[in-house]
Design a protein around this ligand. Structure first.
Ligand code: DX5
Ligand code: ZN
Length: 218
């Protein structure tokens, strides 16, 4: 049986109680903490920077999965690495020299990931795939929690899983946006390894049960 990783996103937490939110993620037996960084330019919303990552670091040993929805990510990647990020994922659409950004993340001892928005085809990732640890397929347009999953993005996950097999590579495939109890089985069936969920996790009454359902074991 394939093991799926669950990464709740703190975007949907109460920003005045972020430490508690991270503890809730750990207590729910989720796998990673997903941290959405937005700059108000690459996406039409703003969140927080490296200080939040550093301040949250003592609250858990779970891996921090930092999703950078920002322009010029190279300028801030060293600060996120220093603050305690484990995976650092940037957007292909935000950079020209994506391979250089991957090298920068690797040089800091972190796991590089690349993300694409719904309108970007998987074929644009081909040259990067041998160098990365994670591909994050956005299943909504990035910027906000609580949107509906765009079904055609699941076809991109299927194609990516086929390419990974063909090239014999090992990167993880993550899906982000609109994942909840109703949509999770089709997201898993498309070939996703990491299910990211913000609003559905934080609105779940029984978070431990929610994580089990998303993993497909309950
Ligand atoms: C959106 C973020 C997501 C967001 C998902 O731009 O990248 O991680 O938190 O939120 P839900 O699960 O509510 O769609
Ligand atoms: Zn995200």
């Amino acid at each position: 049986m394939t093991t799926h990783l669950i990464a709740p996103s703190i975007l949907s937490a109460d920003f005045s109680r972020m430490g508690e939110a991270v503890s809730e993620i750990q207590n729910a037996e989720a796998d990673w903490v997903h941290i959405d960084v937005m700059d108000g330019i690459f996406v039409p919303n703003l969140t927080f920077g490296p200080k939040m990552v550093g301040d949250l670091r003592p609250y858990t040993d779970l891996p921090f999965d930092v999703h950078l929805m920002i322009e010029k990510p190279d300028q801030l990647i060293p600060a996120f690495a220093e603050a305690g990020a484990d995976y650092i994922t940037f957007h292909l659409e935000a950079v020209v020299h994506a391979h250089r950004t991957v090298q920068l993340i690797r040089s800091l001892g972190k796991k590089p990931g690349v993300s694409i928005v719904p309108s970007t085809p998987v074929s644009l990732l081909t040259e990067l795939l041998p160098f990365i640890d994670q591909v994050l397929i956005m299943t909504v347009n990035p910027g906000f929690g609580g949107q509906n999953l765009i079904e055609t993005c699941l076809d991109k996950i299927r194609s990516l899983a086929a390419i990974r097999k063909e090239l014999n590579l090992n990167f993880l495939i993550a899906a982000d946006g609109g994942i909840n109890v109703q949509t999770s089985s089709k997201v898993r069936n498309a070939g996703t390894d990491v299910l990211i969920a913000g609003s559905a996790f934080f609105s779940a009454a029984d978070k431990k049960q929610f994580v089990k359902v998303l993993k497909g074991i309950s």
